[in-house]
Design a protein around this ligand. Structure first.
Ligand SMILES: Nc1ncnc2c1ncn2[C@@H]1O[C@H](COP(=O)(O)OP(=O)(O)O)[C@@H](O)[C@H]1O
Ligand SMILES: [Mg+2]
Length: 139
């Protein structure tokens, strides 16, 4: 049913939890699992060499999140692909789901945001509202 699963992660415990659920589904359905992390764009006005330092720091952080997630996922027969993309997280997730023709998006209900009391974070809210496919919000 779900041949291509898109998992969105930000490194939060919520997204690790979502990763484990996505992994279970992928194992049951022999799906391909694509993991995406979006990082905020860096303003070019920062100037060199600070711009490059800032870019490298964000790429490193994104890599760390992906590694942590892949470890939490474990073995998946259909394979795991990872992507780190610059941009607004919800827009990135929606665009990847469209271009990769994902059958379902899996994500956490909350993330790294500090606004206590929210049932749904801003990224999940926006993805649920505009996604081109079903969305599984893990809580
Ligand atoms: N930068 C990101 N890249 C990919 N997925 C993200 C990103 N930020 C959040 N997500 C996904 O959205 C879920 C909910 O996070 P979010 O809506 O941002 O909540 P909060 O407002 O608490 O940060 C996360 O668990 C994760 O699955
Ligand atoms: Mg967030």
């Amino acid at each position: 049913m779900f041949e291509r699963i898109l998992l969105a992660v930000d490194g939060s415990e919520h997204s690790v939890h979502a990763a484990k659920v996505a992994a279970e589904i992928a194992r049951c359905m022999k799906s391909e699992l694509r993991v995406v992390v979006a990082y905020e764009p860096i303003p070019p006005r920062l100037g060199e060499p600070h711009l490059q330092v800032a870019i490298n720091a964000r790429l490193d952080a994104a890599q760390t999140i992906l590694q942590k997630t892949v470890t939490a996922i474990g073995e998946v027969p259909g394979g795991i692909r990872t992507e780190q993309i610059e941009g607004n997280p919800a827009e990135v997730v929606i665009n990847v789901a469209k271009t990769r023709k994902s059958d379902v998006i899996v994500m956490g209900s909350r993330g790294l945001g500090r606004l206590a009391g929210l049932v749904l974070g801003s990224t999940s809210h926006k993805v649920v509202s505009h996604a081109p496919c079903p969305v599984l919000i893990v809580r």
